[in-house]
Design a protein around this ligand. Sequence first.
Ligand SMILES: NC(=O)c1ccc[n+]([C@@H]2O[C@H](COP(=O)([O-])OP(=O)(O)OC[C@H]3O[C@@H](n4cnc5c(N)ncnc54)[C@H](O)[C@@H]3O)[C@@H](O)[C@H]2O)c1
Length: 259
Amino acid sequence: MPDLSGKVAIVTGCASGIGAATVRRLRADGAEVFGTDLDPDGGTALCAEVGARFAVQDVSDRALWPQIVARAVEAFGRLDILVNNAGMVSGAGIGDHDDAAMFAAWDKVLAVNLTGTMAGCRAAIAAMRANPGGAKGAIVNIASTTAIAPLPTDVGYSASKAAVRALSKSVATWCAQAGLAIRCNTVIPGATMTGILAAAEVQMPGLIAAVAKTSPLNRLADPSETAAAIAFLASDECPFMTGAEMLVDGAALSIHPGF
Ligand SMILES: NC(=O)c1ccc[n+]([C@@H]2O[C@H](COP(=O)([O-])OP(=O)(O)OC[C@H]3O[C@@H](n4cnc5c(N)ncnc54)[C@H](O)[C@@H]3O)[C@@H](O)[C@H]2O)c1
């Protein structure tokens, strides 16, 4: 297990699924954690259970990001890790709905999944540069296999997650060229049994059974498996890993579609 003792982490979307599993994992590995979520009840309960702090946050509210980071630094004295995990689906394919509904769904999913992630990186880097002892930190952004094999039924989600991959690499290379010991990597989960998949199932019936079959392991991931990859990238285990991507997809994207 990576040793995260002495480190301070912000985890967005902490009330459920991969975010909740990440809070548990980072706490178990020794980090202090500041969790945030839109959901006050779920977030408060989870963070109280594992001894983390909690704040309500809509990650798409860019003005709130510096305040969230400042609260984490005020609570724990520094910021070492940001996990940009909060995300949503829009459930709209390119020809669905009327223009008003389509563009509303597009704007919302891009604001949360992409702009929220960018705003988080920007605010976190400012704090990580000011860390006692010098600039240091690790950002882990959460994309999706739909960034590589997109959903015809969700153009906004797929496009936002594809953009997160490029965003992470741009952040990683900017920090490297600026001489900052701040890394940025992406975890690319495949189908994972969480609330977002349950919500997507309502909009796209049959999705869960279909995506379970896409892995030759013939199952969904448990959120703790994704959290294990996040904890590794958040740790100091491999300082040369930046701009990198880790697939946690049960080899779903590694097999010829005919098999
Ligand atoms: N579950 C999967 O199969 C899967 C696959 C690939 C990628 N992902 C990604 O993993 C991440 C976590 O998703 P999950 O599967 O754990 O879903 P989830 O629905 O269980 O959890 C998402 C959490 O994010 C919160 N959230 C949503 N919008 C928010 C906002 N604007 N501001 C703050 N919090 C917000 C929700 O309240 C919820 O607690 C997402 O980025 C998702 O796109 C999930």
